[in-house]
Each structure stands twice: as structure tokens, then as C-alpha cells.
Design a protein around this ligand. Sequence first.
Ligand code: PLP
Length: 377
Amino acid sequence: MTDLVNKLIRTELKDLVPYESARRLFSMANAAEVETTWLNANENPYVPTVSINPEMYNRYPDFQPEPLIKGYANYAGVLPEQVLATRGADEGIELLIRTFCSSNDNIIICPPTYGMYAISAKTHGCGVITVPLLEIHGLEKAASNTSSLQLDVETILANKQKANLIFICCPNNPTGDLVNTADIINIIESTADDCIVVLDEAYIEFCAEATSVSLINKYDNVVVLRTLSKAFGLAGLRCGFTLTNNNIMDALKKVIAPYPISAPVAQIAAQTLSPDGINWMKSKVAELNALRDSFITNAKTWSFVEKVYPSQTNFVLLKLNSKLTAATAMQTFQQQNVLLRDQSKQLMLENTIRVSIGNQQQMELVNSIFSKVEQSL
Ligand SMILES: *Cc1c(COP(=O)(O)O)cnc(C)c1O
């Protein structure tokens, strides 16, 4: 840092480490020379067919382009006025924090979870209260129909007066499973006078029946985040949606940029939300879910795997045992130009790697590399 930057930069940013996105770790340019298998960012291996028409690009786009908003409202089963289009779900996260948190305020996050909630809070200068997920064992687990990692409702509620926003990722990244709906509803009802509960449904298309979107009609303190980056195959587009009631919406619209969605993004996104576009997405989801389930079946047979986390998404988290370190696994795959994601730095996730589900050919490659690892042990 130069002396000038060091003098002027906000104090809380001095020691902040930027989010290590999959693409910052491995840029597309680095991989241009060799054919790379990208299984590190939970992207869709397929791209939908879309076209653009530059006729109106001399004009500013509409603040919230109507074909896009109507298309998403129709798809999500909500009213158009309950939909705000943003530059990815990431902008929705940042917008919520900028709208509802000052520097004395806090957000609650439940790690291991998506890293951007904490980064957005810190770059904005607000605090982060960490309430880790609870590992549920034995009988208790059998009683819950979802994951062994569940919300610590009691501790979340004990902190409700200190926080303005509670971020719940469902299904959760990087673990892959749902949290109990009853707990989500309990938190929403118990924090009605204190907090807005943000439900991040970035992966909901992979388990569509589990959506909580109807809760935005039932409660005043609920926001649902969605994206076109995962199941819809458009991570490069940067388009997401914040779904909520009119009161929260009006507040967010005070803060969002005047032209948040560029014209080509609006055109492409509207096409992908047509009946054909949605059918395309659903057929890819069915294929990827089947590939995920067979990958899970294989992974359970490998002796170096301590635990295969249950997944309702297009990725699977593996906990490795002492026979194989995550770093060695990453390296072995990287030597064959396959990129996975090491999640070992996350709370409770020592020695884990996350595998995004690719197409059949890519998954055959992944399975064959793991099988060779198994033979060599
Ligand atoms: C990928 C992801 C996002 C970000 O989505 P964008 O629309 O690409 O910004 C948000 N939340 C979770 C949990 C994600 O995995």
C-alpha cells in the first residue's frame, strides 16, 4: 500500500482479505491453453441458447425491465412488484446490508456457509455475529428429514436484538443440504420485531419443492434471494433476484443503482425465463441431479472418504480421512486440469473438498481420477 492509500483507506478495510472466488483462484485466462474441467464454482456445464439485439443500446435501460421482471415473477410464483433484479444475487446481499445496516449494526451468519455475507458486511463496516450450524447426531438426526447440520435456533434468537439481518442459505453452500423449514419459520416468527430473515435460494432449482418463497406473502420480515448463475447456466451474465414485500422493496430501491441491469443482460435473462428456457433448465437439472446421485454412490465406496455430505444441489462436499489430504487431492486433480474447491478453511470443514457436478463425460473423468487414487493407497 502507498502511504496515501494507507492514510486514506477505511481502517476496517486495512486487514480485510478479499473473497477468494473460484475465478480469482484460477482465472479463465490461465486455463486458456489447456482444456480445463471447471468443477470449482458450482456452475452449470451447459449454456442456454440466447441472442441479443443491439437496436436500443444507445438508450438507458429501464430501471427494472418489465419483460425480465414479469418473466421471473411468473416463474417464481410471486407478483412482479415483489421482484427486484440485481447484478447477481451477490448484489442483493450487498444491497440488503447497505440498506439495513449501519456501522454499529450486525448481521448473523451460520457457518460453514457462503462467504459473501461476511465479506459484504465487513466492506460496509458492519459487524458479523457467527452462530455455527449444529451437528445433529444419532436419534435426533433420524427424526429430522434433512441434514445432520442444522440451525442453532436458540443462539440465533439469543442474538436477535443485536442483529438487523439473519442470513440463512438453503440449500446451504458448501455443505449442500437443506435446513429444517420448521426452524426457519420459528426464527422468522420469533424475530418479527427485530430482524429481516434473508433466505438464500441460489440452488433451489435442484430441489424446487423445498422453496420458502411463499413466506414472503405470509411474513413482513422475509427476503428470498435467487440467481440465474447456477441451474439456469448464466453465471457470466450476472443476474439475480431479490424477492420480498413492498415495504422492504421500497427501502432497497432507495439504495440500488439507477440502471442496475444492462440492456443485453435484461434481453438474455428474459429469454431464459420463457417457457422453452425454463424447460431447458429443468431438463439440465434432472440430468445433473442424476449424475450427482451416482457420484455420491461411488464416493461412499472410496476408503479415503470419511463422509459424503448429503446434497440437494449441483455439488457434493467430501470429508477426507487421514489417508488423503484435501491439498493432495486438489493437486492430483489439478495435474489433470480438473479444478475442484478446497473448503478446508471453513469452520468444521477440515480436510474437505467440494466437487461441482459437471456433464457425464466430466464426471467419468472425476470418477476415474478418484478410482486411481483409491488403487494407489
Ligand atoms: C453462487 C452463489 C451466490 C451468488 O450468485 P450470483 O447471482 O452469481 O451473484 C449467492 N449465494 C450462494 C449461496 C451462492 O452459492
